[in-house]
Design a protein around this ligand. Structure first.
Ligand code: GLU
Length: 451
């Protein structure tokens, strides 16, 4: 069998959203699965609407996703080939120059190139949708170029796909209606018609079609929010496809082995953020602690990184705790802004009231508990001061006098927050010295006369 060649052919007329990149992912995976080639072609022939900024964003997104390509083209560089094909179509009587009055009411006459439609029924087999048959008579003699050196979409796509040897055209189902016209052009130019796979629509949770204009986020938004590229790749591959098993978390290598077009569904695929968050979290869990830490560092705001006790060593200790509370690394900023990070790097400030467990507002009772906690913790050697040893040491006492009575004020003394990891975990992270310092600070507060 000849080498399979697929392509991703975006128009740089706006930021592309996840649904557009799903097309790229399927084309890429299909090529890799079949040891074929994957081509990127920037379709920038709409000179007014195409922008370099969008093209750069597309290329950045593909690189970030890890969709490495075997060749890259820009359609505006290929116009000579389009012109040659146009000339051939004219010479063979398959196209003609038509002088027509411009539709803008200016009365100007312009020359268009129209395809001479043979008015046939065109039938093609779509790998996903089966046979699709259209009577092309209604399409009339459609326009294929504004001028001989200004080809329009259908001609450019056909000439480029044919000259690049594309064997499988994988694209959104919004292109189904274009396919009969393009097949007519393939036939008129004597090129062999490739195989088609038109992918189902991508819709959001409200079943609305994702669209560049209607606010769907560009892919780089997810990068900038601290999603992992491997998670986005995993997520996009499941929008409209599944491998037929229960497995939902995949590496890129697994996807490259498993992907097939036969299992692409016909019904719309969902771009479901909750599912994306879940998949992202699963991939975060698979990172090493060092890798997680590198991401956390990238997102940690400067009001935290400039705290006097901020060190990477300490950060490494708290990374598992932070990661527990996020689905993507951008949420580190939210955690920090909510005050859930700073206390790891500086002593908290306390509200006296918060030290009391439930209804027992008696300062003396609470202070006694903290006294005892200090006494017990003192006995643990500094070099063995961990979540486990502190828990072992305190558990008996806490069970005896009431866990909340002991563990609540201790935990609050350590974090200064009404929500935080448990006091043993915090003790392990802070070490003996800081743990005891903080409990002592809270104890002092209870001793101080009420003002
Ligand atoms: N450039 C077209 C688009 O962005 C895609 C053309 C194709 O895939 O055939 O919609």
């Amino acid at each position: 069998m000849s080498t399979i060649v697929t392509r991703f052919a975006p128009s740089p007329t706006g930021f592309l959203h996840g649904g557009n990149y799903r097309t790229a992912v399927f084309s890429y995976l299909f090529a890799r699965k079949n040891k074929g080639r994957f081509i990127v072609r920037i379709e920038d022939t709409d000179r007014e609407r195409s922008k370099k900024e969008y093209e750069d964003n597309i290329m950045d997104s593909l690189a970030w996703l890890g969709l490495e390509y075997d060749a890259q083209y820009r359609q505006s560089d290929l116009v000579a080939g389009h012109t040659k094909a146009l000339q051939k179509l004219i010479d063979t009587g398959n196209a003609y120059i038509s002088r027509e009055e411009a539709k803008d009411g200016s009365g100007q006459i312009r020359e268009l190139v129209r395809f001479k439609n043979p008015n046939q029924r065109v039938t093609f087999h779509d790998i996903i949708r089966g046979d699709i048959s259209t009577d092309t008579t209604d399409l009339g003699d459609f326009v294929i170029a504004k001028r001989i050196d200004e080809p329009l979409f259908h001609l450019a796509v056909v000439v480029d796909d044919a000259s690049m040897g594309v064997t499988h055209i994988i694209r959104g189902e919004d292109h189904i209606s274009n396919t009969p016209r393009q097949i007519l052009l393939y036939n008129a130019l004597g090129f062999s018609v490739p195989q088609y796979a038109h992918l189902p629509l991508v819709v959001d949770e409200k079943r609305s079609k994702l669209s560049k204009r209607r606010g769907a986020q560009p892919l780089t938004y997810y990068r900038d929010q601290g999603y992992l590229p491997e998670a986005i790749l995993n997520f996009l591959s499941l929008v409209g496809w599944n491998p037929g098993t229960e497995q939902e978390i995949f590496t890129k290598e697994e996807l490259m082995q498993l992907f097939d077009l036969e299992r692409v569904q016909k019904s719309a695929g969902f771009f479901n953020i909750e599912k994306l968050n879940w998949i992202n979290k699963e991939h975060i869990k698979r990172l090493t602690i060092e890798e997680q830490c590198a991401y956390v560092e990238r997102f940690m705001p400067s009001f935290i990184t400039t705290l006097p006790h901020y060190t990477r060593e300490k950060l490494l200790l708290i990374v598992p705790l932070l990661v527990d509370h996020i689905t993507h690394f951008g949420e580190i900023v939210t955690l920090a802004e909510r005050g859930e990070v700073a206390y790891y790097f500086e002593h908290p400030t306390y509200s006296r009231e918060e030290l009391f467990w439930k209804d027992d507002k008696d300062a003396e009772h609470t202070r006694q508990k903290l006294d005892k906690v200090i006494e017990i913790l003192q006995k643990i050697p500094s070099d063995n001061f961990t979540a486990e040893t502190t828990k072992d040491a305190l558990w008996g006492y806490a069970s005896e006098v009431g866990k909340g009575n002991v563990l609540w004020p201790m935990r609050y003394a350590l974090s200064g927050r009404d929500k935080s990891p448990d006091p043993f975990t915090l003790s392990g992270v802070f070490g003996k010295e800081v743990t005891l310092q903080r409990i002592e600070l809270a104890r002092q507060l209870l001793l101080a006369p009420l003002s």
